[in-house]
Ligand binder design. Sequence first.
Ligand code: 5GP
Ligand code: ZN
Length: 147
Amino acid sequence: MLQTAAGKEYMKDSNCIFCKIANGEIPSRTIYEDEKFRVILDLGPATKGHALILPKEHYANLFAMPDELAADAMKLAKKVASVQKEKLHADGLNLVQNNGAAAGQTVEHFHIHLIPRYENDGQTIGWKPEEPTSEELDEICRELTEN
Ligand code: 5GP
Ligand code: ZN
């Protein structure tokens, strides 16, 4: 547990680099901070202004996040994205949020990537579309909706 100046205790994993960054033990280029979150510049940015929203409490991924904190994170993403768009004159912006190694997550502390996009920035954030049959899509839909 970490004691903050405000006297609040946070769940913290002592081996987690994002816990240390979010709670100020390791310095970072912080572009926003409040009681629940720190927003930092990514050290390996996809584009100019690529930022990460880090909750100060440790949750490994989206599945572990309390609903309210997840909702707060999305509200904050909208706020920071608007600042990035305006101040960096971004033409677009990707929100990316990886959960699990299979999905590309390398740091197991929940974070949202805010990636400003610029015309012809040369980055690709995407996937190779598959071509499921109509029956396959029906089956997946059934799997996801049956009780
Ligand atoms: P993931 O692949 O887990 O979704 O994203 C992890 C991100 O964290 C990567 O974009 C990587 O560049 C960034 N990152 C890893 N270590 C550090 C660090 O110590 N400081 C900062 N600012 N970014 C980091
Ligand atoms: Zn952590």
